[in-house]
Design a protein around this ligand. Structure first.
Ligand code: MF3
Ligand code: CO
Length: 273
């Protein structure tokens, strides 16, 4: 998937990529305002595509390796790459929505898992831990650290709750291409892997299972589900490495404002970024 060399971005390029990444957050917020039992995943995809195009951007996923939609929508035991279609969202579902937009030559990539209606405290905790594991990973996204520092931070936090960390799918560099070097696994050893340097932009995206880490892919060629069919959560941010603090280019802020206004969605934890 991610081939070639690491591409470093200038400060100007990072500002362009921030625009793309913020538009992903706005798109997910638009989706969050429509999320309720009874809506189909295809309807959500249509709303997202229109929203993206209305903002002079293109959906990154559409056409990617033959993918025909703008979002990946993965419900309950679906981990990632769920295909929008006739499926109707129901009370008690958790819905992971992954979105990419391409604008001004750069991609932004971000994902959020929404609990719809009455979701058990046990499953809400999976969402909290997955989101917090993303924040733990982001905290390590600093010049001079290594990719393994991010990976280990995510893994150690998620596994301390007994959850399974998916290994077959990983985060990635992101820029003029949706998937660039380096790979950013959600498991690994501290002080291992490529060195993080100013100008790198990476998508960090833990996929955390309630049960064991094992997955399989459905015959549709895309949808990844947990082997035991227990729930899985996914949160993703696009993050730039700077000379100082990690710079989170995408944002959950507007998503969480939309959640607050939508009585069909439970607030997981308030946002750090
Ligand atoms: N958004 C996924 C990622 O985070 C990639 C989606 S694959 C696609 O890397 F084909 F659906 F685009
Ligand atoms: Co990604």
């Amino acid at each position: 998937m991610s081939s070639g060399v690491i591409v470093y971005k200038t400060k100007e390029e990072i500002e362009l990529q921030r625009e793309s990444s913020l538009l992903v957050g706005k798109t997910l917020a638009a989706i969050a305002s429509h999320l309720k039992p009874g809506i189909t995943t295809q309807q959500l995809d249509t709303i997202a595509e229109q929203f993206i195009r209305d903002h002079n951007a293109e959906p990154s996923f559409k056409g990617y390796h033959g993918y025909k939609h703008s979002l990946c929508i993965s419900v309950n035991e679906e981990v990632v790459h769920g295909i929008p279609g006739a499926r109707v969202i129901a009370d008690g579902d958790i819905v992971s929505i992954d979105c990419g937009v391409f604008k001004n030559g750069f991609h932004g990539d971000s994902a959020y898992t929404f609990p719809i209606g009455n979701v058990s405290e046990e499953v809400l905790n999976l969402l909290r831990v997955t989101k917090t594991s993303l924040m733990k990973g982001i905290a390590k996204a600093r010049n001079g650290n290594r990719v393994g520092d991010i990976s280990a931070a995510v893994q150690e936090y998620a596994e301390s709750f007994g959850y399974g960390v998916v290994r077959e799918l990983v985060g990635h560099g992101v820029g003029r291409n949706l998937h660039e070097k380096p790979e950013v696994p959600n498991y690994g050893k501290r002080a291992s892997g490529p060195v993080l340097k100013e100008g790198m932009v990476i998508a960090i995206e833990p996929m955390i299972n309630m049960g064991p880490r094992h997955i399989r892919q459905l015959k549709d060629g895309w949808t990844v589900v947990t082997l035991d069919r227990a729930p899985s959560a996914h949160f993703e941010h696009t993050v730039a490495i700077t000379s100082g603090q990690p710079d989170v280019l995408s944002s959950f802020q507007e998503i969480e404002i939309a959640i607050t206004k939508n009585n069909n969605i439970t607030e997981v934890i308030s946002t750090i970024s």
